[in-house]
Design a protein around this ligand. Structure first.
Ligand code: UDX
Length: 468
């Protein structure tokens, strides 16, 4: 049986919420801290500030081991382990803003109890500054607690939309520290995950072929580098697929067939090779920029990463080029955009390709109507600078449109009765940026990524079969 530890989690964003709820569900006593009093009130009422599948249920199921507070003094002194999970949003320079980490670390320091406490940094801070949090603790800790805390870097690899699943069934747990005591306490904390001794929550069964996660112990800075390098590698895998996709269009090859073919090589693998509108979200853009930036501090260039970023930018423009290929001037044209979130199953809009696409359409004078299953209310606040109409349903967005751009591959859009929906369009042009459509709707033209343009006009049904 695992020992239950007392845990404090500072920051209730994606990572903090996920960590807090997951650890409580494993049997630990968890208190979540946030300086945003509104968030705390919401959480106390059992409402979640973010949308994440399964989180609400697990929160409810673990309620008696979870509490929320805005007050460090009521949470930190008791904690065996303290997680810092505050945001590090990018500054205009591309460097992450470390202000919130610094403030959190200071508040933690002032409330340490003088016994051995492990402060875990989960926020993504630049590589090589691992002891920075430790220095802040040292500078702000009260005398009696001096020297009685250790810092461990424990990067988080969860994906939005599958955050809980990823944290319950990880591939690896990375712990970076020079302190054996720190590592040992976290090994205890993660014991139920490392040995998979917990009972899987309802609706989140252990994957059939799941193998136990590897515990990777490293130095502080290596752990930080693992986080950045992992994200950069995934980003570059996607950019590579997108670059090949462009060439496929030139030579009449099909990217879906090509990535399937290369992915069968186990050295390459199938995942993160989907060509499309390019990557977005809060991590890939920020982390590639931060790595490039760290390099330049040392006079070291990173040409591969730069190219990955460049390809990703170009990918967003290609969406518009495809429209122009058919509609020519976009002035006054009506364009429906399906999907705003940077990927399905989240309402997160950070660095979403849809943003740049809508902004460009506006610049070119198009009339834009959007739909997203969950992100529209969020967009009213975050994208107030963009002008577009909202449609209550995908079908309504398509009505009278000259073209539809499928930006985010929500299941709801896959399941749409496309034959029916395109009937109400003025022109049946579909820009499917995620290669979602399996069948060509009647009398339509479909542009996908890395595949030949497909026209379904009477007498051309052969092409329709090619897509099926
Ligand atoms: C990512 C990492 O996957 C995760 O390990 C890390 O902790 C945080 O950053 P996340 O940003 O939630 O997670 O999203 P992810 O599922 O990785 O997708 C990122 C972007 O890449 C999305 O815009 C997605 O649409 C795009 N993508 C992903 C592709 O274009 N093609 C692919 O094959 C996979």
């Amino acid at each position: 049986k695992t020992e239950s530890l007392k845990v404090a989690v500072v920051g209730t964003g994606y990572v903090g919420m996920g960590t807090a709820v997951m650890l409580a569900s494993l049997g630990h006593q968890v208190v979540g801290i946030d300086i945003d009093q509104n968030k705390i009130e919401m959480l106390r009422r059992g409402e979640l500030p973010i949308y994440e599948p399964g989180l609400e249920d697990l929160l409810r199921a673990s309620q008696e081991r979870l509490r929320w507070t805005g007050d460090y003094a009521s949470a930190i002194p008791d904690a065996d382990v303290i997680f810092i999970c505050v945001g590090t949003p990018p500054l205009p320079s591309g460097q992450p803003n470390l202000r919130y980490v610094a403030e959190a670390a200071q508040s933690v320091a002032r409330n340490l109890n003088g016994k051995l406490q492990v402060v875990v940094n989960k926020s993504t801070v630049p590589v090589g500054t691992g002891d920075w949090v430790s220095r802040i603790l040292e500078d702000h800790a009260l005398d009696y607690s001096a020297g009685r805390y250790v810092v461990v870097s424990n990067p988080e690899f969860l994906r939005e939309g599958t955050a809980l699943h990823d944290s319950l069934y990880p591939d690896r747990i990375v712990l970076g520290s020079s302190s054996p005591e720190g590592i040992e306490r976290l090994r205890q904390l993660y014991q139920p995950l490392l040995e998979q001794t917990f009972t899987p929550p309802e609706g989140m069964p252990r994957p059939a072929n799941y193998t136990l996660p590897e515990l990777v112990t490293t130095s502080l800075s290596s752990a930080e580098m693992i986080k950045y390098a992992a994200n950069a590698f995934l980003a570059l895998k996607i950019s590579f697929a997108n670059e090949i996709a462009g060439l496929c269009e030139c030579v009449d090859a099909d990217i879906e067939q090509v990535t399937h073919g290369i992915g069968c090589d186990q050295r390459i693998g199938h995942r993160f090779l989907s060509a499309g509108a390019g990557w977005g979200g809060s991590c890939f853009g920020k982390d590639t920029a931060a790595l490039i930036n760290t390099g330049s501090e040392y006079g070291y260039t990173m040409p591969i990463l730069r190219a990955a970023v460049e390809v990703n930018q170009r990918q967003r423009h290609l969406v518009i080029s495809k429209l122009q290929r058919h509609l020519h001037r976009l002035q006054g044209k009506r364009v429906a955009v399906l999907g705003m979130a940077f990927k399905p199953n989240t309402d997160d809009l950070r660095d979403a390709p849809a943003h740049d696409c809508i902004a460009r359409l506006m610049d070119l004078g198009a009339k834009v109507t959007v739909h997203d299953p969950v992100a529209m209310p969020h967009a009213r606040r975050e994208w107030a600078h963009l002008t577009y109409d909202e449609a209550p349903t995908a079908e309504a967005a398509l009505r009278g449109a000259d073209a539809v751009i499928l930006m985010t591959e929500w299941d709801e859009y896959r399941a749409l009765d496309w034959d029916q929906a395109v009937r109400t369009m003025r022109r049946r042009l579909i820009i499917d940026t995620r290669n979602v459509l399996q069948q060509l709707p009647q009398h339509s033209t479909v542009e996908q990524v890395g595949r030949t343009t497909l026209h379904n006009v009477p007498g051309n049904e052969v092409l329709a079969e090619a897509l099926a």
